[in-house]
Write a protein that binds this ligand. Structure first.
Ligand code: AMP
Ligand code: GLY
Length: 429
C-alpha cells in the first residue's frame, strides 16, 4: 500500500520513516516534506502544500494512496479529513467539526465545562462583550489566550491587570488575525505540566507511550515559549495511578462527550495538562494531532505497525489492537536556527550529517531543504536528534553525541533535555 503523510516538520519525518518501515507499505509520499524525508528509503516528497486540500486529495487519488495521515493542525482544522472522506479516500484524523477542540479554545472551554472535565476557570469574550472592569476584578496572574490557531504564540501569562488588558486589546486589534476575535481569559494554574497523547476511533482509546516536552527555549526551562525544544519518552511524571486518572477524568469523558454531541473523534488526540498539587489533571489545551517533538521519541519506541493501528482506528476496531513499545527510553534534542523563536535566519549550510548517520540513534529533519546537494536550514526548528538507552540518562547521552556532530552558523540547542527524569533516575530531588 501507499501512504501519504501531510506536513513537513520533524513529526512528519518521523511518521514517514515509521510508515516506510512497514512490510505492508510500498512507498510513502510526503507533502511537502523536507531534506530528511527526501533522503529516506521508500519515501518521496511531493510539492503540494499541507494546506492545499484540493491538491492533496488530487494527489492521493492519482497515486492510489490507501492511507493518509495528517501531521499538523492547520489542515485538520481546515477540514482535510472531510475533503478526503468526500473523495472516498481514507484519512486518519478528526473531522473539521471535531478538530474545533484545538481550532477554537472557546469551544474547548465550553466543551470541558459541559462534560465536567477538570480545567482552569475561564471566561470567553468578543470585543463587543468585553468588560475591562470584570478583568480588573480578577486575581492575577491571568492567562490570556487567542481562541483560534496562533502557531503556539497566542497564550500570554500576564502578571498584572494592565498587561492582561493590553494583551486582550492587542488580540482584538488583530495581532493574531482572526484567531484573536475571541479571547479566553483564565485563571493561572500552578503545578507540573504533562502531555498525554492517544489514538481514538470515535469510541475506543489506545494511549500512546507517555512523553514530556520542554517548551522553553533555554536551559533550566527559562526563556521564551517555543513549539518544543526537546522531548522524551517515557515520562516518569506520569505514574501508573496518574495515567489511570487521566484516562478516567480527561480522555474517556472527552471521547464520550464528543460522540454524545455528534462529533465522534477519530485521530490522534493530545491533552496538554497541568497536574495540580493534589493530582487533579487540569486540561490546559487540546491538540487534534501528535505533538512535535514528542512524536520523534515516541515513534522511535513504537514496535507495532503504525499503519495497522491507523487502519484499525478508521474501521473503529481499535479495541482489538495493542501497541508494543521498546522498553528503552528515547530522548530527542531539537536543534534550532539562529533567532528562534522570534525571527529565524534561513539558508545556513548544515555540516556533519554524514558523520552523525554513522552513530546510533536517528536525526529527524524539520526546517531543512536541499539545494545543489547541500542541506540548508529552512525554519526555526531545524533538526531533532533522538537517542535510545536503557534509561533516560543513557538516551540523553546518545542524543547529545548525535547533536554534537552537526553544525551550522547560529545553531542552538538546550543542553539539559530530560533533566527532571534524569534526576529522578539518579534518586535526586
Ligand atoms: P496552551 O497553548 O493553552 O497549552 O498554553 C501554552 C502554555 O501556556 C502551556 O504549555 C502552559 O505552560 C501555559 N499555560 C496555559 N494555560 C495556563 C494556565 N491556565 N495556567 C498556567 N499556565 C498556563
Ligand atoms: N510540543 C508541543 C506541541 O506539539 O504542541
Amino acid at each position: 500500500m501507499k501512504v501519504l503523510i501531510v506536513g513537513g516538520g520533524g513529526r512528519e519525518h518521523a511518521l514517514a520513516w515509521k510508515c516506510a518501515s512497514s512490510a505492508r507499505v510500498s512507498e510513502v509520499l510526503v507533502a511537502p516534506g523536507n531534506a530528511g524525508t527526501a533522503a529516506e528509503p521508500r519515501v518521496r516528497n511531493v510539492e503540494v502544500a499541507a494546506e492545499d486540500l484540493a491538491g492533496l486529495t488530487r494527489l492521493a487519488a492519482a497515486e492510489r494512496v490507501a492511507l493518509t495521515i495528517i501531521g499538523p493542525e492547520a489542515p485538520l482544522v481546515a477540514g482535510a479529513v472531510d475533503a478526503f472522506t468526500a473523495a472516498g479516500l481514507r484519512c486518519f484524523g478528526p473531522t473539521q467539526a471535531a478538530a474545533r477542540l484545538e481550532g477554537s479554545k472557546a469551544f474547548a472551554k465550553s466543551f470541558l465545562g459541559r462534560h465536567g472535565i477538570p480545567t482552569a476557570r475561564s471566561a470567553t469574550f468578543t470585543r463587543e462583550r468585553f468588560d475591562p472592569a470584570w478583568l480588573r476584578a480578577q486575581p492575577t496572574p491571568l492567562v490570556v489566550k487567542a481562541s483560534g490557531l496562533a502557531a503556539g504564540k497566542g497564550v500570554v501569562i500576564a502578571a498584572a491587570h494592565d498587561e492582561a488588558l493590553a494583551t486582550v486589546e492587542g488580540m482584538f486589534a488583530g495581532q493574531f488575525g482572526s484567531a484573536g476575535h475571541e479571547v479566553v481569559i483564565e485563571e493561572f494554574l500552578a503545578g507540573q505540566e504533562a502531555s498525554f497523547i492517544v489514538m481514538a476511533d470515535g469510541v475506543h482509546i489506545l494511549p500512546l507511550a507517555t512523553s514530556q516536552d520542554h517548551k522553553r527555549r533555554d536551559d533550566g526551562d527559562r526563556g521564551p515559549n517555543t513549539g518544543g525544544m526537546g522531548a522524551y519518552s517515557p515520562a516518569p511524571v506520569i505514574t501508573a495511578s496518574l495515567h489511570a486518572r487521566i484516562l478516567r477524568e480527561v480522555i474517556e469523558p472527552t471521547i464520550r462527550g464528543l460522540a454524545a454531541e455528534g462529533l465522534p473523534y477519530t485521530g490522534f488526540l493530545y491533552a496538554g495538562l497541568m497536574i495540580a498539587p493534589d493530582g487533579t489533571p487540569n486540561v490546559l489545551e487540546y491538540n487534534c494531532r501528535l505533538g512535535d517533538p514528542e512524536t520523534q521519541p515516541i515513534l522511535m519506541r513504537l514496535q507495532s505497525d503504525l499503519t495497522v493501528l491507523c487502519e484499525a482506528a478508521l474501521d473503529q476496531r481499535l479495541d482489538g489492537e495493542r501497541a508494543h513499545w521498546d522498553p528503552r527510553a528515547a530522548l530527542g534534542v531539537v536543534m534550532a536556527a539562529a533567532g528562534y523563536p522570534e525571527s529565524v535566519r534561513k539558508g545556513d549550510v548544515i555540516e556533519g550529517l554524514e558523520r552523525a548517520a554513522q552513530l546510533p540513534g536517528k536525526i529527524f529533519h524539520a526546517g531543512t531543504r536541499l539545494a545543489a546537494g547541500r542541506v540548508l536550514t529552512n525554519g526555526g526548528r531545524v533538526l531533532c536528534a533522538v537517542g535510545l538507552g536503557t534509561d533516560v540518562a543513557a538516551a540523553q547521552r546518545q542524543a547529545y553525541a548525535l547533536a554534537d556532530c552537526v553544525h551550522w552558523a547560529g545553531a542552538h540547542y538546550r543542553r539539559d533535555i530530560g533533566y527532571r527524569a534524569v534526576q529522578r533516575e539518579g534518586g535526586g530531588p
